[in-house]
Design a protein around this ligand. Structure first.
Ligand SMILES: Nc1nc2c(ncn2[C@@H]2O[C@H](COP(=O)(O)OP(=O)(O)O)[C@@H](O)[C@H]2O)c(=O)[nH]1
Ligand SMILES: [Mg+2]
Length: 264
């Protein structure tokens, strides 16, 4: 059976990176396409540097039918960019959905590792803090924020995974269909943690694959201090909502059981 894979890449001012990331993704294509189809969806927030125009050129010239673009009106945040992408992926019947940054921090050479692991799990997390993983070119300050954020969320939410803040992930589409995407509260730094927490509470099998994360060379980071404040607050809010989230899940599985019993 052929699997349809979608890689969602959110962009804001990534004109210096977009061509190269697509080239690297599609270099993996030869390997992957033997039994799968691979498409990329760029979600661009009206980047003033013209990222979307370059994507349109590439759509016409290099990647006909394999490269898709959603343009949003203004910078609306990373989380909602992904939610827009997830809904598009569900509507268009993809089986596996990746999250990947445009700035070459997430090396496409790891795509086959994710695809191997997703065969036996529902969500695969690209993990920096495990054997074989790592971070290159990040200052001490950024490493501290990342490790601190991980430890904080791990303790408060009681999650066993080693890298909760990373944004290189592969979802089986069933996970995205099960999560109530419209009720996600985080848009910035906490978005990745919230998605994993919700998948975990819903009992999905989550596995980890090592990645080496390189800091961007071109363009600027869009992380601002208010996304950290959002993260600190939202992790607590999510913990407080745990019972509601779990109950929602129980109700959902009860509904499924009822449907199954009617069917069967
Ligand atoms: N569509 C969209 N993409 C964004 C937004 N903020 C960041 N991105 C993209 O999300 C990815 C990660 O952002 P980045 O600034 O590299 O974050 P960092 O690696 O944590 O410093 C990059 O591909 C950005 O272009 C946003 O508001 N909207
Ligand atoms: Mg980055």
């Amino acid at each position: 059976m052929k699997n349809n894979i979608l890689i969602i890449v959110p962009t804001y001012n990534e004109i210096d990176n977009i061509k190269e990331i697509l080239k690297q993704i599609y270099t993996q294509l030869e390997y992957i396409e033997q039994n799968k189809s691979l498409h990329v969806l760029i979600v661009d927030d009206s980047s003033p540097d013209g990222t979307a125009d370059l994507v349109k050129e590439l759509q016409a010239d290099n990647y006909k039918g394999k490269l898709h673009l959603i343009e949003r009106e203004g910078k609306l945040g990373l989380g909602t960019a992904y939610i827009t992408g997830f809904k598009w992926a569900i509507k268009n019947n993809y089986d596996y959905v990746f999250e990947m940054d445009a700035d070459l921090s997430h090396n496409p050479k790891y795509l086959p590792d994710f695809l191997e692991r997703i065969k036996t799990s529902d969500l695969v997390l690209g993990t920096r803090y495990m054997k074989g993983g790592g971070v290159v070119n990040w200052g001490k300050h950024r490493i501290l924020i990342s490790k601190g954020g991980n430890l904080y969320s791990k303790i408060i939410l009681g999650l066993p995974y080693r890298d909760l803040t990373g944004g290189y992930k592969c979802f089986s589409v069933e996970v995205l269909k099960t999560i109530d995407l419209d009720s996600i509260i985080s848009n910035g730094y906490a978005f990745q943690i919230e998605l994993t927490y919700r998948a975990h509470l819903r009992g999905f099998k989550i596995s980890e694959t090592p990645i080496i994360f390189h800091d961007r060379i071109a363009g600027k980071s869009k992380l601002s201090n208010n996304v950290f404040t959002e993260a600190v607050k939202n992790i607590i809010l999510l913990r407080l909502k745990k019972n509601t989230l779990t109950k929602e899940f129980k109700n959902l599985s009860k509904a499924y059981q009822t449907i199954e019993s009617i069917k069967g």
